[in-house]
Ligand binder design. Sequence first.
Ligand SMILES: Nc1ncnc2c1ncn2[C@@H]1O[C@H](COP(=O)(O)OP(=O)(O)OP(=O)(O)O)[C@@H](O)[C@H]1O
Length: 254
Amino acid sequence: MIEVKNLHKAFEGEEVLKGIDFKFEQGKTNLIIGQSGSGKSVLLKCMLGLFKPEQGTIKYDEKPYSEFTVEEQRELRKKIGMVFQGGALFDSMTVLENVMFPLRMFTKQKKSESLERVREVLQRVNLEGTENKMPSEISGGMQKRVSIARAIVNRPKYLFCDEPNSGLDPKTATVIDNLIQEITHENNITTIIITHDMNSVLEIGENIAFLRNGVLKWKGTKNEIFKTDDETVTDFVYSSNLFRKVRKAQLQGL
Ligand SMILES: Nc1ncnc2c1ncn2[C@@H]1O[C@H](COP(=O)(O)OP(=O)(O)OP(=O)(O)O)[C@@H](O)[C@H]1O
């Protein structure tokens, strides 16, 4: 679990996080949603240790980050898997080399052991047989799956995903969502996903933080978000035609 309490972050005197309180639960898909500029990425970067908040605490499994020694910070970094927006694969490396990368960086395990683990995770994301392909030779959805394999190869406790669906067609996006959710449950990972995609909210929104102008305006589950009357939330949720229709049908008791 990652717990943030009263988190404040400012840039040049301008506050972009204004006292966020939230528990990102273990074994669940925790979604951060909200309009552009609401502070989602800044919150994620604070949790990644890339930004230092001015006020507040971030606890990783009960332990405040401010109490971590430099060595413990390094250890924490090894426990975090990251799925970047766009995949961020190394173009000049094969699929196998991409997935192997964190093991080479963070572990001293033998090459044979690493290879076995890489094959295991590639199988988990249904990419057997692609080991020697270059990223440019596989589809966008497959690239995202390589990116997920790379993020989980070192058995992370925490998985951070920055818009893992961006650039994918709706069907492939759902496959990626479900894969992330299954992996979260199987391995009891604390998974945090930034998304703009309401389909993702509907599909895997087990624990949702809705940000607006740096404030946590609402929290709850995918079932609750479609019942709330909070106008700032409904404005966001029902900004797409599809979801406006869902809302209308709900109100009519259909
Ligand atoms: N390094 C930085 N220096 C100064 N201001 C920043 C920095 N990073 C973010 N900001 C500001 O913080 C605010 C929140 O930005 P953030 O990137 O967290 O929004 P977001 O909700 O992730 O938006 P999007 O959905 O467009 O990615 C914005 O006003 C942004 O300009």
